[in-house]
Design a protein around this ligand. Structure first.
Ligand SMILES: Nc1ncnc2c1ncn2[C@@H]1O[C@H](COP(=O)(O)OP(=O)(O)OP(=O)(O)O)[C@@H](O)[C@H]1O
Length: 118
């Protein structure tokens, strides 16, 4: 099993949700987070006042899939949906995970994922 973490712009949350629904991934976690990338430590003017911005609000998606084919499909969908071409579009990470458990049934591993599409 592979976990994909995608950190995207707040305003791209609905587009990414729609893209995941489109490819029939409906099990995922969304969290409001703060983060910084290469834009770290720049200056912004808010209502005439200068502020040093370090962390910016972002949205994190977490999706666990059962195969590399699904990993590619999910990453491709997120990349297209979250893209603007401007700095700060975000990052996608993926890594292997050891196990999953469906609490209701006790199923583990692949069986614990939503088997009708993964
Ligand atoms: N090396 C990293 N480790 C963990 N999280 C990271 C890392 N780099 C970026 N992030 C997370 O990704 C978010 C988005 O990063 P950001 O888009 O600014 O990346 P970037 O590499 O600077 O891209 P860009 O060149 O498009 O600005 C950050 O706010 C942070 O939450």
């Amino acid at each position: 099993m592979i976990k994909i973490e995608a950190i995207v712009r707040e305003e791209k949350m609905e587009d990414v949700k729609a893209a995941l629904n489109e490819i029939q991934v409906n099990g995922f976690t969304v969290t409001q987070i703060m983060g910084c990338g290469t834009q770290r430590g720049y200056t912004e003017y808010v209502r005439g006042s200068k502020i040093d911005v370090f962390l910016k609000p972002k949205i994190k998606f977490e999706i666990v899939v059962s195969s590399e084919d699904w990993e590619i499909k999910v990453i491709d969908a997120i990349q297209k949906a979250a893209f603007t071409g401007d700095p700060g579009d975000g990052k996608i990470f993926s890594y292997e995970i050891r196990n999953a458990v469906r609490i209701r049934t006790g199923e583990t591993g692949y069986d614990a994922l939503q088997s009708e599409f993964l």
